[in-house]
Design a protein around this ligand. Structure first.
Ligand code: PEP
Ligand code: MN
Length: 353
């Protein structure tokens, strides 16, 4: 529920209202930065009496929110979330580029990629050290030593790093080495892992499950936010369909949809969405034009030697070409982003007023 407050409400009236809400056992969520003052309440709807709330002095109206997600919703939090990591801002006007290998393989490999990516102006270095592989016989990742190399290579090149955690114990293991915890598609509904990540103070990169609906995706983010960590970015990495010429199907629709219904940043991953290097540039540019807050791509100096996902890894030259193509539309995309940002923030406050 959202309570829209009268502009002239007194601090005393707000205090009384909050005391009443808390007594019902509901949680209060206040958000700032909109023209109208609103209070969000989350709780069991059987215990909250809408009529009673509407009768409180200083309350203009009470609106029921139909979506199951609350903290994640733009109605509760009209302003877009910006996650700052060092000098990088995720969710602002400038789309952010994440790049790196699928897996950290050797010290030399990750250092070479880090140097090359920094030179190209990439913002964040990726590299998996715990790999969720479909086959138990496939390379499973280097674990801690890989994380140490990733950390050192990122630090030396001034690149924050992101790496996947597959289970709760990985959080502590990786904590000192990485800047962003990635949750892979296969773990999107590992609720215990999501809750544990909600208790950390580091940003989380949450990938969409291979068959997850929009509601399921946002409810997984809600698990993290409801434990206190609001630094969550979402990632569209393709879903499973009947299409056989690509590894997955990139769901372009979800990019502007997430901007409409949620304040969280949405990043696109055309590498996993397509599984083929010849489609990555087109899908990247399409997704960024549709409003994605960033792009994640897999890059490898010699994709044919990659321990994992070589088929979808760009060479340095292909990455240069992608970035060159991106630079030809970047300014127009930023102009579109400014327009969209105003529109979605305004619509959210309209809805709640
Ligand atoms: C990855 O990023 O390498 C990965 C395993 O991705 P996903 O979870 O989207 O398959
Ligand atoms: Mn991969």
């Amino acid at each position: 529920m959202i309570i829209v407050l009268n502009n002239k409400i007194t601090p005393e009236q707000i205090k009384n209202l909050k005391t009443y809400i808390l007594k019902t056992g509901a949680r209060i969520h206040e958000s700032e930065g909109t023209e109208k003052k609103i209070i969000g309440i989350i709780g069991d709807k059987r215990d909250i009496d809408q009529m009673a709330l509407e009768a409180f002095p200083g309350v203009t109206k009470v609106i029921r929110i139909l979506e199951p997600y609350k903290l994640t919703s733009r109605n509760f939090h009209p302003k877009s979330t910006i996650i700052q990591i060092g000098n990088v801002k995720i969710g602002g006007l400038e789309p952010v580029i994440f790049a790196g290998p699928c897996s950290v393989e050797t010290e030399e490999q990750i250092w070479d990629i880090a140097r090359q990516m920094a030179k190209k102006g990439v913002n964040i270095l990726r590299g998996g050290v715990f790999k969720p592989r479909s086959s138990p016989y496939a390379f499973q990742g280097l674990g801690k030593i890989g994380a140490e190399w990733l950390h050192a290579a990122g630090l030396a090149n001034n690149l924050p790093v992101v790496s996947e955690v597959m289970e709760i114990s990985d959080i502590e293991l990786l904590y000192d080495y990485i800047d962003i915890f990635q949750v892979g598609a296969r773990n999107m509904q590992n609720f215990k892992l999501l809750k544990a990540l909600g208790k950390t103070d580091k940003p989380v990169f949450l990938k969409r499950g291979i068959a997850a609906t929009l509601n399921e995706f946002l409810m997984s983010a809600e698990y993290i936010l409801s434990e206190g960590n609001d630094k969550v970015m979402l990632c569209e990495r393709g879903i499973r369909t009947f299409v056989e010429f690509t590894r997955n199907t990139f769901d372009l629709n979800i990019v502007p949809m997430i901007k409409n219904v949620s304040h969280l940043p949405i990043i696109i991953d055309p590498s996993h969405a397509t599984g083929r290097t010849d489609l990555i540039t087109a899908v990247s540019l399409g997704g960024l034009t549709a409003g994605a807050d960033g792009l994640m791509v897999e890059v490898h100096p010699r994709p044919y030697e990659a321990f994992s996902d070589g088929n979808q890894s760009l060479t340095y030259e292909q990455m240069n070409s992608l970035l060159r193509d991106w630079s030809t539309i970047r300014e127009s995309v930023i102009t579109l982003r400014k327009k969209k940002l105003k529109e979605v923030e305004k619509n959210a406050s309209n809805y709640s007023g």
